[in-house]
Design a protein around this ligand. Sequence first.
Ligand SMILES: [Ca+2]
Ligand SMILES: [Ca+2]
Length: 212
Amino acid sequence: MNRTTSKSLSFALTFALSALGLGLAGCSSTPTDDVYTADENTPSVGAIARDEAAYPIAAGTMVPNANGVAVPLTTTMQGLRVELYDMVVMGNCEPSDEEQGEFYYQIDVNGRAIARRDSSHTTNAGYGESIGVNAKRVFFVDEGEVFKLNFGVSEQDDFMNGKDDFVGARAIPLTTADVQAGNFVETIDIGSGSCKVQAQYSLSLVQKFIAK
Ligand SMILES: [Ca+2]
Ligand SMILES: [Ca+2]
């Protein structure tokens, strides 16, 4: 996984803001969604991964596969779009219902992050409130090829409250057969009881296979 670009970008941004005398101190809402692989950081493959390319894409064009690795598009591959939406807090993982939890997470496809907030960039949300997630990714797979959408969510606690709460994890195996008609949004529970969030995602087809 290559974070060099986002790190250097973040460094450049920090430097620029510091130069302006603004600084980033206390800015806990720094978005860390939209993490890209090395191949997805190249202009042409990146445009496809970000869903900014025009369809249909011709066979032979380098496209991102489910791992975010550039491969030549074959006539049997299909293009999919995974979209992630805000997660709703159903239990704040704190001693009191009145408090807000400090959430961080990683959502990945086949182990490579497509949305991430680390423990130093938590987002605060209480019961019924939303954890902002806004990420989408396009990639190509063959019919029947299984890829896994993985959700991992944690909630941060200070030293008074012991270690962080692990809200939960879900691994969802998907194939092109899981694409539903229309803009169908799937809802899943992560965690349980007083430490639980509800995540939403959609899977849609951006390009059918070229052959047949
Ligand atoms: Ca907690
Ligand atoms: Ca907490």
